[in-house]
Design a protein around this ligand. Sequence first.
Ligand SMILES: Cc1cc2nc3c(=O)[nH]c(=O)nc-3n(C[C@H](O)[C@H](O)[C@H](O)COP(=O)(O)O)c2cc1C
Length: 396
Amino acid sequence: MFPKTFSSVKIGPIELKNRLVMAPLTRQNAEADGTPTDEMAAYYARRARGGIGMIISEGTYEVDELSCKAYLSQPGIVNDKHIAGWKKVTDAVHAFGTPIICQLMHGGRVVDPRCLFEGDSPVSASDTQSDGFVLYTDSDAEKHDRGLSGDWPKVTFPPARALTEAELEKVADGFAEGAARAIEAGFDGVEIHGANGYLVYQFIHPKTNLRTDAYGGSAENNVRFAKMICQKVREAIGPDKLITLRLSQDGVDDFMGAWPGGVEYAREVGAALADCAADALHWSSFDWTDNRDPNSDVPMAKAIAETSGKQMLVNGGIADGAGAEAVFDSGAGDAAVVGRPLFAHPDWPHIIRSGMDYPWAEFDRKYVIQPPVDLDKCYPMDRVVPDWVPDTSKRR
Ligand SMILES: Cc1cc2nc3c(=O)[nH]c(=O)nc-3n(C[C@H](O)[C@H](O)[C@H](O)COP(=O)(O)O)c2cc1C
């Protein structure tokens, strides 16, 4: 079944046993100070045990400044405590022979304002304000942990100010320092989050990048900041670790977002990234076959892969084995990246390989199939951390 999907592949310097990769998925399960929890180690290890070829961690903040942290209870990779917490995660995942890379992200203008230090404002490519609002991944049962009753509060984003060129260097250095700490924590590489509405996306998307300096005004200029980050990260972690750069045209504050210029802009972005220090690019979407360009039916991932010459990870709406195989048959990418099916079922790779029917399952915002909740199939599992007891008292 699905011979391409279940063949090994080398992405950058890393050998994967199959071409299925777990998508980065924010879980808001860290301590309030960003320390990864045992609960997270169990969650990731359970998915490693389920047969996935590689894991990309949830978006992780790399510095404690300039609106980097985007979510309450988001994990960080800022200090020794964070490193120690992540080490438990990477050890638990490596016990199953599965590589794991750390997604480094900077929230930019779409940070939860409750994560900002007093007096700080969010930063972005330009002076803009998102008209979106903070999303939650918490389950409804977790409301009491945050002292809430009734509906989740609707929290809007404050106005953001444009970063200066000197600050861009500083932010890129922050990514590089975070990457070095991620390697110390046992990760096999890092992903730079240039997608889904966050800071680096705000530079790449012409809608949010209104700059007239070297960092705005053309595809080449719009990706300059992403390339600077990748270059500094490469210098920090060396040639033997994987670096991927995630891209998308939609974001958490604009789910139907499209790049003006469509596939043509994607080709320009790809060409401008040809000499980027990342080993591979990663297309993020909710349906990779939907390019939102009325003038072309070429998938964005394929257009970018062709002009960049980079390996491509393809994400969005891959629900079964045939869906994964289509990524390879179409020539759009080298690996299929899967998010929501792995919330619903950590054994998804084994299931699709067996040829068993696997209907797209509803999932709650945290991690389980419902209904019916099958405790053998959902999380938490008791195999990795037998004495796991959630300590929610410190959660923010
Ligand atoms: C609850 C939730 C949390 C997510 N967190 C992240 C994240 O931390 N970083 C990221 O790049 N994408 C994140 N995404 C986007 C997913 O990686 C992925 O692009 C999306 O789920 C579509 O892929 P799928 O159809 O395989 O689920 C998240 C998506 C969901 C539903």
